[in-house]
Design a protein around this ligand. Structure first.
Ligand code: SIN
Length: 482
């Protein structure tokens, strides 16, 4: 029987993809397994010339694809989704190898990713327009038409889901794409592209370029042929890309950093709140933009909540993706550990108590102990996301104080509230400056909910009925009727 690891390696392709053709380059980028540091393969280090070729391929494919029957596009998305379902173990294993997340969690991501293909297949069939009488006596018809060839730049933390969350709506709308996956995790994107090809996606509709992010991003953003950029990643990089898109006035959507507050009130079910905190925080070892970065607990119950949380966190098994029962994998690279360590040191300096964990894991390498602290200063955690397995708990006294703290951050992506008081949930849910708010849940990500932020967390929405709007222009045709 094939092991999951072998199923993953079977899908590993060491080439990029332009106009349906595999492309290899003279120089190569090594991709490693974060659990061991061992190189699992290489991808080509492509540059400006190949990126231009990919853009031309996407532009050449655009007229036919954008005018194709949306039902046919929906069918291709569904066929692609069926192949993704069939290859779940292989895709999950490949992702686990290059990203380090536990295999079971990677399978969950494949299902999540595939949800976007299935959802947007339906949206392709619902690209509805409107009719309206004009005061000039005309009839106005509106059409939602594909924006054009798109540049899609995706991160390493969700190598499958962040890709399909962009490609699903792009293809449903009739856009073509040049994808630049993160250099740490390119193989999942390439494998997905190969499955799309097998599902009958016409050549040139999807192109994948690997290589230096700044070079490729520079060419994609400068090109007048690219009409839209969608980026998921850090706020500083997003800001730079948005600047680079300004001269050609591209449509831009940005899913950037977060520093999510999670607030627990005295009336909450503390056991449940702690359980959900663990679910939200330790997905991908704390390396998600939406995970709680700072936990505020009403002073009366702060010690009790922190105790229950620490107990649950201490029980999380740390290890390699394919080991039994593992819940928390390694971090993506060495400098990620330095950041978690620096955040922990700042807390300790401010008088926080470490309740569990507290440093690098005894396994060494890129493993960090799942850590819970109580007390200290929250200022750093409003300004910077830790992106690692550290949960700082800060007591608070009043609703106004905690809402002010939650909002006193440059970011506004996710937020979480735990309370049994529905009035309070609605009141705070509306006051909180964030694109998303989970009430009594730590998990808010699904293809059917709008995903996106406010402030320095970016703009635009992915998933849900809104996701396709990022990939269409509204065209008005005015009919003078006799
Ligand atoms: C992210 O971390 O950027 C995305 C997380 C998600 O989709 O839940």
């Amino acid at each position: 029987m094939t092991s999951p690891r072998d199923a993953g390696l079977k899908l590993l392709r060491e080439h990029a993809l332009i106009a349906g053709n595999p492309v290899t380059g003279a120089s190569r980028i090594a991709v490693d397994d974060p659990a061991t540091g061992d190189v699992i393969g290489h991808v080509p280090d492509l540059g400006a010339a190949e990126t231009e070729r990919a853009i031309t391929a996407a532009a050449d494919a655009f007229p036919d694809w954008s005018r194709s029957d949306p039902h046919a596009r929906a069918q291709i998305l569904r066929d692609w989704a069926a192949l993704v379902d069939e290859n779940t173990d292989g895709l999950a294993a490949l992702m686990a190898l290059e990203n380090g997340k536990p295999f079971a969690e990677a399978k969950g991501e494949v299902a999540y990713a595939n949800g976007f293909l299935k959802w947007f297949a339906g949206e392709a069939e619902r690209l509805l327009g409107e009719t309206q009488d004009s005061p000039l006596g005309h009839l106005i018809l509106t059409f939602r038409q594909a924006v054009g060839p798109c540049a899609l730049i995706t991160p390493w933390n969700f190598p499958a889901a962040m890709l399909t969350r962009k490609l699903g709506p792009a293809f449903a709308a009739g856009c073509t794409a040049v994808v630049k996956p993160a250099s740490q995790t390119p193989f999942t994107a390439i494998a997905l592209a190969e499955l799309a090809d097998r599902a009958g996606l016409p050549k040139g509709v999807l192109n994948v370029v690997t290589g230096d992010a700044a070079t490729i991003g520079g060419v994609l953003t400068a090109s007048p042929l690219i009409r839209k950029l969608s980026f998921t990643g850090s706020t500083p990089v997003g800001r730079k890309l948005a600047e680079q898109c300004a001269p050609t006035l591209k449509r831009v959507s940005m899913e950037l950093g977060g520093a999510a507050p999670l607030i627990v009130f005295t009336d909450a079910d503390l056991e449940h709140a702690a359980e959900e905190t663990v679910k939200g925080k330790f997905r991908n070892a704390g390396q998600t933009c939406v995970c709680p970065n700072r936990v505020y607990v009403e002073a009366l119950v702060a010690a009790e909540y922190a105790r229950v949380l620490a107990e649950k966190v201490a029980a999380l098994t740390v290890g390699g993706a394919f080991e039994d029962g593992v819940k928390v994998g390694p971090l993506i690279e060495d400098k990620a550990l330095d950041k978690v360590e620096a955040h922990l040191a700042a807390l300790k300096k401010d008088g926080a108590k470490v309740l569990t964990g507290g440093g690098r894991h005894e396994r060494g390498g890129r493993f960090f102990q799942p850590t819970v602290t109580l007390g200290g200063d929250d200022a750093l955690f409003r300004e910077e996301e830790t992106f690692g397995p550290l949960v700082p708990v800060f007591p608070f006294e009043s609703e106004d104080e905690v809402v002010a703290k939650a909002n006193d951050s440059p970011f506004g992506l996710a937020s979480y509230l735990f309370t049994r008081d529905l009035d309070r949930a609605m009141r705070i849910g509306r006051r909180i400056e964030a694109g998303m708010c989970g009430v009594n849940t730590g998990l808010i990500s699904t293809p059917v909910a709008p995903f996106g932020g406010v402030k320095q967390s970016g703009y635009g929405r992915e998933g849900s009925v809104h996701g396709i709007d990022e990939y269409v222009d509204v065209k008005a045709v005015t009919l003078a009727l006799k």
